[in-house]
Design a protein around this ligand. Structure first.
Ligand SMILES: [Fe+2]
Length: 181
């Protein structure tokens, strides 16, 4: 009886100590180094995906020529879907315990895709479709690299997310390329 009382007391005092210490350390079955490596990769992916999102929205606004209506609508479908996905990627970085990049300066530093300059006369639909094809492919290359890192660490949620994004961006690249063939 006395032993049981002591045990109960020590469990409750351990609990009190844990509560007093604030947020517990993250322990989800990945090492700190693995979490950091995956979060760094996802941050690069987010920067690429955000840059492509902005390029797609930019071209939705500025496209000209006989394909205007088709492309105006197609780009809107793509950037709307991309916008939702950006949030999921950023929240995955947070779930791994790191801050998600969220400024143009950070995205420009992390992205493998060059940002669009002012379009001026450069609004021909073929050039835009070509640049978006290349942009989607760049996003695919980054996704594939980060997917490998996540897979090696056994981080299934990140693998799942990146697999979905890879599937979508490969599909966009195919659809865009088909317009030029
Ligand atoms: Fe619009």
């Amino acid at each position: 009886m006395a032993t049981r009382k002591t045990t109960r007391k020590s469990v409750s005092s351990n609990r009190a100590a844990a509560d007093a210490a604030g947020a517990p350390a993250i322990d989800i079955g990945l090492s700190d180094a693995q979490r950091r490596q995956i979060a760094d990769g996802l941050s690069r992916f987010l920067a690429d995906a955000y840059t492509l999102y902005l390029m797609t929205h930019n071209f939705h606004w500025n496209v000209t020529g006989p394909m205007f209506n088709t492309l105006h609508v197609m780009f809107e479908t793509q950037y709307t879907e991309q916008w939702t996905a950006l949030d999921e990627v950023a929240e995955r970085i947070r779930a791994l315990g790191f801050s998600a990049p969220g400024s143009y300066a950070q995205f420009a530093r992390l992205s493998s895709i060059e940002e669009e300059g002012p379009l001026e006369d450069n609004t021909d639909w073929r050039g835009m479709v070509r640049r978006l094809t290349l942009g989607n492919e760049a996003v695919c290359r980054t996704a594939r690299k980060v997917l490998k890192t996540a897979d090696d660490a056994g981080d299934d949620p990140s693998v799942d997310l990146l697999t979905q994004r890879l599937q979508i961006h490969e599909k966009y690249a195919w659809m865009l390329r088909s317009l030029l063939q």
